[in-house]
Design a binder for this molecule. Structure first.
Ligand code: AMP
Length: 401
């Protein structure tokens, strides 16, 4: 097929389907350029919203979006509305961000009916995410039937965790029967960022020990040696580990039993720990900028929430540094990690004796992009590396074209 838009040759549409939202990004894998991106929210509610960024600006539309199919059709219409009829736009593949690959999927996978079924069967392990991913795959395959659809799993990178890090110390028969182990999430981001960090440092990833802190609405830490994961903070589900926007991260599992015994049912506890905990639970707000505003205004709950958040990060950095036997770089990424000066400063403050010194001027400089924020005297490099999960997914999908 002729391509009247050479600039869009080989674009991959990356989809991230949530229970009531679809995030999309049209990416040129070769250059890394984003041609268009957007978010469809409140699918199935009366007041849906489509926010849409393209090379020349931003659009917003409101109105009911009946279901995921209607949402995806809206995406395709928008892309066509840009003056790039889809089939001429050179979309060569669709990359699907899929959350839980269980013990089944360990690498990017060409999606067929069997794959969709298998992801569906894994829904028990990720009831919030996998069913939405299934709908996204079904609808997208119907709408764009002639190109490869490729699934990239959030858990895949951590498949190779050493058994001692992946195993929960519970009854082995129960663990085997129910596939209970540490799976880890945000793997696409941790893998992408660690490779970018090695490139930034001009070093071979095979010789680097890294602690990667993905701090976004969800948050996770990983210890990476020679490009391979050694440990990670998320577990069977994306609930374990660091404090997040609305998720508790680590708690005593006894709390769950206690809440059951005092009369909360499982769904209420699930909602409590996944949607009403973390920063939101402690302070009332889940967005980090809103939290900082409250802190500035002297709100004590917000201050405590901030301290708990930072304390947890320090704990993981310490544990992973020891697990790795020393670390070459600590890497911040995700919305908070890339943008928040205070969290980067406070989570590594006072660690000069361990060779970790954040440079104040570098940390506070008004810069974006990949950068070093450690002092020249720091033995450990401290880096900010913006993540780009969509680009990583687009590149993985391109391999199937
Ligand atoms: P993500 O899930 O990676 O998009 O990250 C979302 C989180 O990043 C939210 O809590 C935002 O408040 C936070 N964030 C985004 N931009 C900034 C910023 N400029 N300063 C502080 N936090 C930010």
């Amino acid at each position: 097929m002729s391509n009247p838009n050479p600039g869009t040759a080989g674009a991959v549409l990356v989809l991230n389907s949530g229970s009531s939202s679809i995030k999309f990004k049209l990416v040129e894998p070769a250059s890394g350029n984003t041609l268009a991106q957007g978010l469809i929210e409140r699918i199935g509610e009366p007041e849906g919203r489509i926010t849409f960024h393209h090379t020349t600006g931003k659009d917003e539309r409101f109105g009911e979006i009946l279901d995921h199919r209607a949402g995806l059709r809206a995406v395709l219409e928008i892309l066509e509305g840009l003056g790039r009829p889809l089939h001429d736009a050179g979309i060569v593949a669709v990359g699907h961000r899929l959350v839980h690959g269980g013990n089944v999927f360990h690498e990017p996978t060409l999606i067929d009916d069997d794959v969709v079924r298998a992801v569906d069967e894994l829904s028990e392990l990720a009831p919030l995410h996998n069913p939405a991913n299934v709908v996204g795959m079904e609808v997208a395959r119907e709408e764009l039937p002639d190109i490869p659809h490729v699934g990239v799993f959030d858990t895949a990178f951590f498949h190779g965790l050493p058994a001692k890090a992946a195993t929960y110390a519970i009854d082995r028969d129960v663990a085997r029967k129910y596939d209970i182990r540490r799976y880890g999430f945000h793997g696409t981001s941790h893998e992408y960022v660690s490779h970018r960090a090695a490139d930034f440092l001009g070093r071979d990833i095979a010789e680097l020990n890294l602690v990667v802190l993905h701090l976004g609405n969800g948050a996770s830490a990983s210890a990476i040696a020679g490009g391979r994961p050694v440990d990670t903070s998320m577990g069977l589900t994306p609930l374990e580990g660091l404090v997040m926007g609305t998720r508790s991260g680590d708690i005593d599992p006894g709390i769950v039993m206690h809440l059951r015994r005092v009369g909360m049912d499982v769904d209420t506890i699930d909602d409590l720990l996944n949607r009403r905990s973390g920063l939101k639970g402690m302070s009332g707000v889940n967005d980090f900028r809103a939290l900082l505003k409250l802190v500035e205004e002297g709100d004590e709950d917000a201050r405590l929430a901030y301290d708990v958040y930072v304390h947890r990060i320090r704990k993981y950095v310490g544990a992973y540094t020891f697990e790795l036997g020393g670390v070459d770089a600590v890497v911040f990424t995700g919305g908070v990690g890339e943008n928040n000066i205070d969290v980067r400063r406070d989570s590594l403050a006072g660690l000069g004796r361990l060779g970790i010194v954040v440079d104040d001027a570098r940390n506070t400089a008004d810069e974006r992009g990949e950068r070093r924020i450690s002092a020249d005297s720091s033995q450990v490099e401290v880096l900010v590396i913006p993540t780009d999960e969509e680009l990583a997914i687009a590149r993985a999908a391109l391999a199937f074209v």
